[in-house]
Ligand binder design. Structure first.
Ligand code: GAR
Length: 198
C-alpha cells in the first residue's frame, strides 16, 4: 500500500502537529512529509525537527498584503513535497480561493469551536460571553468560506463554573489532540464519515 503524504501547516507551538505526526506510525495509511510555518522561529519547527520531520519556513511578512504572492511561495514548497493531504494545524493565515482550488478536497483544518458556532478568532472568549454550556473543537475541510467547509469531526467539552479563557482552552486542547489524528486517519483511508468524540 502506498502511504499518503501529509504536509502540516503551522504558525505557533504546533501541539496539534505533534499529535498528528505521532499518530502516523505503524498501520496508519499516512506519513508526515513536511511541516511548514509562516512564522520564523515558531515553536513547532523545533518539535518537528525533534520528531524527524523536515521543516520549512515561508514568512508571510515580506509579502505584505499580497496574499497571492505569499501563497505562490508556499505552493512552491508544498508542491516540492508532493502532499496528498495538507493539515492546517494552528495555521493562522486566511487562504485565498485560488489556494483552496489548488488543494481542493485534500485540505483539513482544526478550529477551536463547535462550528458553525464561533468562527474566527478568540473562540473561548466568545463562548464565555455567550454563556454556552458546552464548547469543543471541529475538524473540517478547507473551502473558500472561512471556517465553513464540510465538518469531518467534532469533540465536545462542558463549560464549567469559574472557567476562564485559559482553563477552557486547555480542556478543548486535550480533545483537539484526540480528534485531529482520528479524523486524519479516517480521511487518509478515504472515509469522510464525521468522527464525533467523546
Ligand atoms: C489550536 O487551538 C487550534 O485549534 C487553533 O490554534 C491553536 C494552535 O495550537 N486554530 C485556530 O484558531 C485556527 N482558526 P497548536 O499550535 O498548539 O496546535
Amino acid at each position: 500500500m502506498t502511504l499518503a503524504r501529509v504536509a502540516i501547516l503551522i504558525s505557533g507551538g504546533g501541539s496539534n502537529m505533534v499529535a498528528l505526526v505521532r499518530s502516523m506510525t505503524g498501520d496508519h495509511p499516512g506519513r508526515p512529509v513536511i511541516v511548514v510555518s509562516n512564522v520564523p522561529g515558531a515553536g513547532g519547527l523545533a518539535k518537528a525537527e525533534a520528531l524527524g520531520v523536515p521543516g520549512a519556513v515561508v514568512d508571510h511578512r515580506p509579502f505584505g498584503k499580497d496574499r497571492e504572492a505569499f501563497e505562490a511561495a508556499l505552493n512552491e514548497v508544498l508542491t516540492a513535497a508532493a502532499p496528498d493531504v495538507i493539515c492546517h494545524a494552528g495555521f493562522m493565515r486566511i487562504v485565498t480561493p485560488g489556494f483552496v482550488r489548488k488543494w481542493e478536497g485534500r485540505m483539513l483544518n482544526i478550529h477551536p469551536s463547535l462550528l458553525p458556532k464561533f468562527k474566527g478568532l478568540h473562540t473561548h472568549v466568545q463562548v464565555l460571553a455567550a454563556v454556552d454550556a458546552e464548547h469543543g473543537c471541529t475538524v473540517h475541510e478547507v473551502t473558500a468560506e472561512l471556517d465553513g467547509g464540510p465538518i469531518l469531526g467534532q469533540a465536545r467539552v462542558p463549560v464549567l463554573p469559574g472557567d476562564t479563557e485559559v482553563t477552557l482552552a486547555a480542556r478543548v486542547m486535550v480533545q483537539e489532540h484526540l480528534l485531529y489524528p482520528a479524523v486524519l486517519r479516517r480521511f487518509v483511508a478515504g472515509d469522510r464519515t464525521p468522527v464525533f468524540l467523546p
